[in-house]
Design a binder for this molecule. Structure first.
Ligand code: ZN
Length: 87
């Protein structure tokens, strides 16, 4: 998971996860975290680049379209129930 790292102060190998160098005690700077993958994408094993998964994006849009009318109906029903209680 963690790539082998070296102390920026004395160049001694540093155990991944260590905050301080075991050799000289200097603080080991953590490598910047990998940017989050874009939604509906996957990493191409050949190039290492993020590829947009059109099928997954289309699927997510379809799911959203399927649940949106149900949400609207639910809200209208709740309003009607509250209305009947008030009225
Ligand atoms: Zn060191």
């Amino acid at each position: 998971m963690d790539a082998p790292r070296y102390c920026t102060h004395c160049a001694a190998p540093v155990t991944p996860g260590d905050t301080f160098c075991a050799s000289c005690g200097a603080r080991v700077t953590q490598p910047p975290p990998e940017p989050a993958p874009p939604k509906g994408g996957y990493r191409d094993p050949a190039t290492g680049a993020w590829v947009r998964d059109e099928a997954a994006v289309a699927d997510a849009k379809k799911q959203l379209k399927g649940t949106l009318p149900l949400t609207i109906v639910a809200i209208v029903v709740i309003i009607l129930v509250v209305w009947s209680y008030i009225g």
